[in-house]
Design a protein around this ligand. Structure first.
Ligand SMILES: *Cc1c(COP(=O)(O)O)cnc(C)c1O
Length: 242
């Protein structure tokens, strides 16, 4: 890019640094770093910022509102990008997800699942689904409470929702909590995945989307297979520009 400014050129070195620290955390945890997918969370950042990350070799991007994401997806029109929808999704926006995104990290209702399935079938598309779990039962957060998860997966499975592949669980860790508390939250999500993968005999139920800029190293120690990192790659978000 010819007119890449200072902040766009930082993106490549930030990505390199985050990838190196993921690999180091994996090594310490005796895990294979290739099992951990870095999702660069580009919400509020421009399509030029995403283009800079693509130029640096990155392919997985996360967005959390449909309007902003669809503008970037059509602007970049790059079939090698894998888009992840990571924010809370209202059921009336479900129709925008299949076909545009490969992954939804935030399933939290059966009604939403039915609408996603209907749209995926219309498009003959497949959508990978993660259920958002509110591990700490934080009233300010979305997601299924841990004690309601068994029943939720049971109902989801009985509905035979074509076009959706149930792939795992997602959570948002407690904000600026001490390491012990963060790790307890992430460990709980791992235990839930392990027990329901076995209980429901779901071989593809392998993913744990957990860890953000402030806590992805703790999440990797507890088994994260996807980390969602925004600020550490793209810099601080300026909501006043939107
Ligand atoms: C914004 C966001 C992130 C990225 O947060 P950073 O702290 O900037 O890394 C991750 N996950 C979700 C669900 C988000 O909304």
């Amino acid at each position: 890019m010819q007119f890449m400014n200072q902040s766009f050129s930082d993106i490549a070195s930030n990505l390199f640094r985050v990838k190196r620290s993921i690999a180091e955390a994996a090594r310490v945890a005796k895990r294979n770093p290739d099992e951990i997918r870095l999702i660069a969370v580009s919400k509020t950042h421009s399509h030029e910022a995403v283009a800079a990350a693509i130029e640096a070799g990155h392919q997985d991007f996360g967005e959390s509102t449909t309007q902003e994401a669809l503008a970037k997806i059509s602007r970049l029109a790059n079939p090698s990008i894998t888009w992840h929808f990571i924010g809370h999704l209202q059921t009336n926006k479900a129709k925008f997800i299949p076909g545009n995104f490969s992954w939804l990290h935030s399933l939290d209702s059966l009604d939403l699942a039915r609408k996603l399935s209907r749209r995926a079938q219309e498009l003959s598309a497949n959508l990978n689904i993660l259920i958002e779990v509110n591990v700490m039962r934080d009233p300010k957060k979305h997601g299924i409470a841990p004690e309601a998860l068994l029943d939720f997966i049971e109902k989801f499975s009985k509905e035979n929702l074509h076009g959706l592949s149930l792939r795992g669980l997602m959570t948002i860790g407690p904000h600026e909590a001490p390491e012990k508390e963060l790790r307890a939250c992430f460990a709980r999500l791992r235990e839930l995945r392990d027990s329901y993968r076995e209980h429901f005999a779901l071989p593809g139920f392998t993913e744990l989307s957990m860890g953000m800029s402030g806590d992805y190293l703790e999440a990797i120690k507890e088994g994260a297979t996807m980390v969602r990192v925004g600020t550490a790659i793209f810099g601080a978000r300026d909501y006043s520009k939107n």
